[in-house]
Design a protein around this ligand. Structure first.
Ligand code: PA5
Length: 447
């Protein structure tokens, strides 16, 4: 059993031959990626992370997680983009569906909340109320150490911690994940004596889930880091070594590029498990930031099903034919709920009596795949045997590797993100940040 890719249902849109024509291109892309000879090659540290991670730091992450579990009822994870989405995706995928709401007896680990992923004061004020006077710790995560959203949130929580525990006590509850030498956060961490973890130079934000960026919050949630890395290592082994015909990541990269060339400019990632919502958010950043540049790329979108079949379903079935759909199919559900027989069949559901709810979910999925296919939306499937650490590690690696290949097939540098700077420059200018005076004048005229 493994995470696998299947485009069988899209046979009406893509022939075997077309896929085989891509073989040479994808093989070349893999060579360029693995030999680190292509664009963005100074950001390929993620390729070997599952086997070459810093073991000393890995052990320190586990120790820090145990300390947080022991002395905190709440962990606040501060970060945005690549310094946020991977941890949240993993915790929601792996742990209880109502993680923060379920009783401590069931959860056993601290509640985990996220901050610094917006600039909303209402959100932050709400979170402060949720924490109340309970013991808490903070993991502030920023590779650059200078990102505005997390920096503002951190100022607020740092002050709260210092008021509550004193400067020294606060320092023992702040964990900083950042660059090993550069940035304001690194300076602050060294100055104040926070325990620090490193975002390696050669790992970009959206590829950093298997570094301390993702691993510390994931460990605090009680998930098994060793299994996660083992799964990623298994995914890596296959991605690097299997031939094209059996290589799921290569096939996915090939097929989505074939579809793009046929005018399918949007990929909708669909799940049938609410706990996969943030895997889609993580995936959107991974693909959107890696491929959307130089006026090219597939727009990554996502839906939660069957929920969104009652909102976006109409468009997918019948609207502009610009998209293909990739369904994440969790083969074995985490829980079973049986539908029971009722003496009087008032709701008309007795025909399902004795069946598990997941049977209904899978029937909805299979029916929808066929309906959307009939509506001219090619459907691809990513099979996930079950929701555990091993398969999540495999899934992360599968998507990351396919993303690198796909970017090279598209002819872009998948590992930079020049476009994210534009809004920052404008925001700094409007805020009156020193050094942005000229831009400020220009922008104020336009507002
Ligand atoms: O992928 C990226 O590079 C971005 O999404 C960053 O992760 C995000 O902007 C946060 O940056 P930083 O970790 O430097 O605060």
């Amino acid at each position: 059993e493994k995470v696998s890719f299947d485009y069988g249902k899209a046979a009406g849109f893509i022939s075997q031959e077309e896929v085989s024509y891509m073989e040479k291109l994808v093989e070349d892309a893999r060579k360029v990626l693995v030999s680190k000879s292509g664009a963005g090659n100074d950001f390929l540290g993620w390729l070997d992370l599952p086997v070459e991670y810093d073991k000393e730091e890995f052990a320190r992450i586990k120790k820090a997680a145990e300390k947080i579990q022991g002395d905190s009822e709440v962990l606040v994870v501060i970060g945005i983009g690549g310094s946020y989405l991977g941890a949240r995706a993993a915790i929601e995928f792996l742990r209880h569906g109502f993680y923060n709401n379920v009783s401590k007896e069931i959860r056993k680990t601290p509640e985990i909340y996220y901050a610094g992923n917006s600039i909303s004061s209402s959100y932050l004020a709400g979170l402060i109320e949720v924490i109340g006077d309970r013991d808490f710790s903070v993991n502030v995560i920023s590779k650059s150490g200078t990102t505005t959203e997390p920096a503002i949130a951190f100022r607020v929580f740092k002050e709260m911690l210092e008021k509550k525990y004193g400067k020294e006590g606060a320092a023992k509850r702040i964990y900083a994940t950042t660059d090993k030498a550069r940035g304001a956060l690194k300076g602050l961490a060294s100055e104040e004596g926070y325990e620090s973890f490193v975002v390696p130079d050669d790992v970009g934000g959206r590829f950093s889930v298997l570094t301390a960026v993702g691993l510390l919050p994931i460990a605090v949630s009680g998930a098994d880091l060793d299994k996660l890395m083992e799964g990623a290592a298994a995914g890596r082994e296959r991605a690097l070594n299997q031939p094209f015909a059996e290589n799921d990541a290569m096939q996915y990269a090939a097929v989505r590029n074939i579809l793009l060339r046929k005018g399918k400019a949007v990929e909708v990632l669909a799940n049938y498990e609410p706990s996969l919502h943030y895997v889609s958010e993580w995936w959107k950043q991974l693909y959107g930031e890696s491929e959307g540049k130089d006026q090219k790329g597939i727009f990554p979108a996502s839906v939660d099903l069957t929920t969104d079949l009652h909102s976006m379903g109409q468009f997918i079935q019948d609207g502009s034919r610009i998209m293909f759909e990739t369904v994440m199919n969790v083969e074995k559900s985490r829980s079973t709920i049986k539908i029971n027989q009722e003496p009087v069949d008032l709701d008309g559901l007795n025909y399902l009596a004795g069946k598990d709810m997941d049977f209904v979910n899978k029937s909805a999925m299979n029916g929808t795949i066929l309906a959307h296919t009939d509506g001219n939306v090619p459907n691809l499937v990513v099979n996930i045997p079950e929701q555990n650490e091993f398969y999540l590690g495999e899934l992360f690696y599968f998507y990351e590797f396919a993303c690198g290949l796909s970017g090279y097939l598209l002819g872009v540098n998948p590992f930079n993100q020049p476009g994210v700077e534009s809004y920052k420059r404008n925001m700094f200018a409007l805020l009156g940040k020193p050094g942005f005076e000229a831009e400020r004048e220009e922008l104020l005229k336009r507002l």
